[in-house]
Design a protein around this ligand. Structure first.
Ligand code: ADP
Ligand code: MG
Length: 262
C-alpha cells in the first residue's frame, strides 16, 4: 500500500461537497461545502426557509442531492460527483450509513405505542447489532445519562416535551453514531423546558461527540459551537468561530439576521 488511505489524511467526520438540491424549479441548496472534523460542534443558523433542514436531510440520506455528494466517516453517500455518476448505493448500504448518523427532530418523532425503554432499544435490535436484553441494558444506561432513568416504563404521551426530546436523544445515541444531527431540537418546546434539553446536548458537546446542530438559540450556539455556519438562500454566507460570526459578522445578511434573533 503506497497511496495515502483516508485514515492517513486528517480525519473527517463529515464532508458535504458542492451539494445542490432543487424541489421542482425551486433551488433550495445552492452549492454547499462543509467539512466537519471528529469531535467538532458545528451550529448552523439562518432564516426560515434558507435550506437548513434540507441540508440535514441530505446528510442523513433522507433526500438525494441533484449534484454533489456527502461522505460520512470517509464513505461516500451521494450519487454524483462533478457531474460524473457514482455507483448507486444499495438500500442496505444506505441503511448501514444512516445507522452511523443520529438524527434528532424538532418534533421528537418517538414511537407512540412503545415504552421509553423500547423506543431507545428498538433500533439496535432491528439492525441486528444487539440482542434484546443487551439493547435494553444499553437503553437503561442512556436513559440514565439523559436524566430519565426513572421513566423507562412510561409511554411518550405521559412525558413532557422536554422529556420526550431527551428520550429522542438517547435513542439517537443507542446506535453509537459517529455524528449526531439536531434539527431545531428545542423549538417545539415550552420555554421552561428548553434548558433541560440544551443541558443534555451540552453534555454531548463537551464529551467529544461530533454534532451538527440547527438552532435559533444563539446564546447556546455561542457557548457550545466550535464553528458557526450562517446559511441564507441555500448557500453558506459565512462561517467561523462564534466570536467572529456572532460578534464581528462580515456580511450584511449575517448582521441583518443576527439583529432579528439576538
Ligand atoms: P429551513 O429549515 O432553513 O427553514 P428548509 O430546508 O425546510 O428550510 O426549506 C428550504 C426551502 O425548501 C423552503 O422554501 C421550503 O418551502 C422548501 N422545501 C422544503 N422541503 C420541501 C419539499 N419536500 N418539497 C418542496 N419544497 C420544499
Ligand atoms: Mg428547518
Amino acid at each position: 500500500m503506497t497511496a495515502a488511505t483516508p485514515a492517513e489524511q486528517a480525519p473527517v467526520a463529515l464532508e458535504v461537497h458542492n451539494v445542490h438540491k432543487w424541489y421542482g424549479a425551486h433551488r433550495v441548496l445552492d452549492g454547499i461545502d462543509l467539512t466537519v472534523r471528529p469531535g467538532e460542534v458545528t451550529v448552523v443558523i439562518g432564516p426560515s426557509g434558507s435550506g437548513k433542514s434540507t441540508l440535514l436531510r441530505v446528510i442523513n440520506h433522507l433526500e438525494k442531492p441533484e449534484i454533489g455528494h456527502v461522505s460520512v466517516g470517509g464513505e461516500l453517500i451521494g450519487v454524483r460527483r462533478s457531474g460524473k455518476r457514482l455507483k448507486e448505493l444499495s438500500e442496505r448500504a444506505i441503511l448501514a450509513q444512516r445507522g452511523r448518523i443520529g438524527f434528532v427532530f424538532q418534533n421528537f418523532n418517538l414511537f407512540p405505542h412503545l415504552t421509553v425503554l423500547d423506543n431507545v432499544a428498538a433500533a439496535p435490535v432491528a439492525t441486528g447489532r444487539l440482542t434484546r436484553s443487551a439493547a435494553q441494558e444499553l437503553a437503561r444506561d442512556l436513559l440514565a445519562r439523559v436524566g430519565l432513568g426513572d421513566r423507562t416504563g412510561a409511554y411518550p404521551r405521559q412525558l413532557s416535551g422536554g422529556q420526550q426530546q431527551r428520550v429522542a436523544i438517547a435513542r439517537a445515541l443507542a446506535l453509537r453514531p459517529g455524528i449526531i444531527l439536531f434539527d431545531e431540537p428545542t423549538s417545539a418546546l415550552d420555554p421552561e423546558l428548553v434548558g433541560e434539553v440544551l443541558a443534555v446536548i451540552r453534555d454531548l458537546a463537551t464529551s467529544g461527540t461530533t454534532l451538527v446542530i440547527v438552532t435559533h438559540e444563539i446564546g447556546f450556539a455561542r457557548e457550545v459551537a466550535d464553528r458557526i455556519v450562517f446559511v441564507d438562500g441555500g448557500r453558506i454566507v459565512e462561517q467561523g468561530p462564534p466570536a467572529d460570526v456572532l460578534d464581528h459578522p462580515r456580511h450584511e445578511r449575517t448582521r441583518d439576521f443576527l439583529s432579528k434573533v439576538l
